[in-house]
Write a protein that binds this ligand. Structure first.
Ligand code: KG4
Ligand code: ZN
Length: 335
């Protein structure tokens, strides 16, 4: 069964053809970095306009690269439940138009659930249950993945997501956008102990996160250095900030695995590409009896393949949508 997956949650326009939920035939991603770079963050109105401009091209390219024809597509899947609303609308409208014209089912799915399937696509051996941290610019959520479609919400961010904090701190330091990969790279030559930034909510007994205070702490340090006319070492600030974020993500996730007595952990979403995060989790896996899973790098950030893969299992469960399918900015998951 070939499913065309469409993803337009934020600043990536993506379409992919996936066979039987597992085999990626194509995965085309049109990023909008150059559109948002000068603003230091995603501008929702511009993101939606860019999706509208390129979506048909991206879909056609996904069909071409998969070496199939539209008549070979059995269903169209789309993220309809999470993201910048006007951007999600573009994907949903395109998916419905294609499904209608080809007379095939349309399947609306949840963006965050999609990230879970980027783990399953990259690690076919990964079995249920597993603890899953999905962490990106728009979401930061810790789940117990019990089975296909069965998720227990353990915790989520109360304010900024970790990726958002990376992007905002990069903006404070006058670096480019998106900030995560830049801070990741700069940190490799910085001292992560130079500044003792707070580890927000680390000692709280629950699994919730909060990163907006950390960003303010970085701002205070920058302002203080400027006032004292001391040169700002961006490598040290980047490394110390990154260490604080990863410490929190790591400790909360490991705690959840121990408390739930589950020895498999998957980490997905844009921040899962982070080198320190990957090293930190891999190192505990070597020391303790834990198995750690990451998506391959091309599937860390938003992509259509994860949407198409998830939709295959929804379809198998008879969970399909119809022409009334609507777009939503934030449907809760796992509660
Ligand atoms: O999953 P994604 O493409 O979009 C959202 O759903 O938000 O993730 C994008 C986010 C951005 O905030 C970006 O800065 C962050 O992922 N990111 C990283 C890295 N690569 C991307 N954060 C830290 N380290 C990285 N290497
Ligand atoms: Zn995402």
């Amino acid at each position: 069964m070939n499913i065309l997956g469409i993803e337009t949650a934020c600043d990536d326009t993506s379409a992919s053809v996936v066979q039987d939920g597992k085999k990626i035939l194509s995965n085309v991603i049109w990023g909008q970095k150059q559109v948002h770079q000068k603003f230091g963050g995603v501008v929702p109105e511009l993101a939606a306009r860019r999706h509208t401009e390129v979506i048909l091209y991206v879909i056609q390219e996904a069909i071409n690269q998969a070496s199939v024809d539209f008549k070979d597509i059995d269903a169209v899947a789309v993220n309809s439940m999470r993201g910048l609303l006007r951007s999600v609308v573009v994907g949903v409208s395109a998916a419905k138009a294609i499904a209608y014209s080809l007379n095939i089912p349309v399947i609306g799915v949840h963006h965050i659930e999609g990230h879970i399937y980027s783990l399953l696509l990259s690690n076919p051996e990964l079995s249920f249950p597993f603890i899953c941290l999905t962490v990106s610019g728009g979401h930061n959520i810790l789940l117990n993945i019990v089975d296909h479609g069965k998720y227990e919400l353990l915790g989520h961010t109360l304010d900024d997501a970790a990726g958002e904090a990376f992007d905002k701190v990069a903006k404070l330091l006058g670096l480019g956008f998106p900030g995560g990969p830049i801070i990741d790279q700069l940190s490799s030559s910085g001292n992560s102990k130079a500044y003792n930034f707070p580890r927000p909510m680390l000692k709280h007994p629950n699994y919730d996160f909060s990163f907006s205070g950390l960003k303010t702490a970085v701002l205070n340090v920058i302002n203080d250095l400027k006032l004292k006319n001391i040169e700002i070492n961006i490598h040290d600030i980047a490394a110390s900030f990154q260490q604080a974020v990863i410490d929190v993500l790591y400790e909360k996730t490991i705690k959840a695995a121990y408390e739930k007595k589950i020895n498999k952990i998957g980490i997905a979403g844009g921040v899962s590409a982070n080198n320190l995060l990957r090293e930190t989790f891999k190192s505990i896996a070597r020391k303790k009896n834990l198995n750690i899973y990451f998506p391959e790098l091309s599937l860390c950030t938003d992509n259509g393949a994860m949407i198409a893969s998830l939709a295959y299992y929804k379809y198998k469960q008879g969970n399909i949508s119809d022409m009334k399918l609507d777009a939503y900015a934030n449907i809760p998951i796992g509660r």
